[in-house]
Design a binder for this molecule. Sequence first.
Ligand code: UD2
Length: 348
Amino acid sequence: MHLLNVKFVTVILLLILLGVLYSYIFRAYRIVVSFEQKDKIPVDRPAPHADFRAHDSSLVVPDHLQYEQPSIVKGNDVVTVTPWLAPVVWEGTFNPVLLDSIYRPKNITIAATVFAVGKYIMFLRNFLETAEQHFFVGFRVHVYVFTDQPKEVPMVKMAAGRQLMVRSVPSSKRWQEISARRMEMIQTLIEEKLFKSTDYIFCLDVDSKFHGRWGTESLGRLVAVVHPGYYRDKRSRFPYERRPASRAYIAPEEGDFYYCGGAFGGLLQEVHLLTKTCRANFEADAQEDIEAAWQEESHLNRYMWTNKPSKVLSPEYLWQDFKAKNPEIQIIRFSGVVKNYAEIRPNV
Ligand code: UD2
């Protein structure tokens, strides 16, 4: 009897042990299954690591769509968003510490292009020295100088991670050609050199200098700067190309803002498309003996009318030294220096 009891208790204990083992193994199996199922989430339901960026994030508007002219000011107030919901960057609209801390871990490289051909070489030192003080300080910056006088490029001390690259270009007898051919040369630079190494690019005028921060707040897919001379004007008064025969033509009731040819930028691929398009249109016009009123600036404005910039920089990002500061301008970050055109241009 005693022996029977011991056997009975052993069987019960074994059964309990088996039960515990079974439920443990089954639970573990369920965990494995649930992981596998997660990996097999149907394609129309995004997995947790999915890239939510749209494949085509460009903002292309049908040609000749009619709508009310937008403005970046309202009385003495500033407007901080465009009608297509792109931010307009003004002092006070962003936190530089926050933005820098978002972009720093991304380890990005920003290229800047600047042309110093003929007498414009005289502006280069000031441009480079002030860029060191204000342009993407603390980030990896590669400045590409295009010049016909490589030996005259000043040796400016640059911080760690920042580099100056010089590219030789021919001189020209016409300032219009120097200005306009920038699109072609930037396109070629991107294709030949930058595709693998650069994230963002800004294309800037050399006869300018930095006075204040120009940093991560300016980064975007396609970035344009509103020209300081026309942002309170009616669009019919903007100096767009007005001859319908030109590919840069914009009708009096069309256009958003007048953008600067002296500063634009964005993601490398976007600026590549922009320069390629503007170059092709400029050259096709030239075949028909047409040169747009403000050369590449006219083509840039035509491009931005159809391809809306994803970020618009206020005129803080390109002021003109000869202009008094307007009340809405709290800080001038970059501005064109006063120059005597007759003295510095190869032709008048
Ligand atoms: C405006 C634009 C400029 C361009 C031009 C129309 C701004 C502030 N400026 O300025 O970008 O769109 O209209 O063509 O938006 N350059 C030389 N050597 C020369 C002539 C020009 O290197 O002999 C280069 C230089 O980088 C200069 C740029 O081309 O900054 C534009 O020329 P500009 O400054 O004479 O043009 P500007 O003042 O009419």
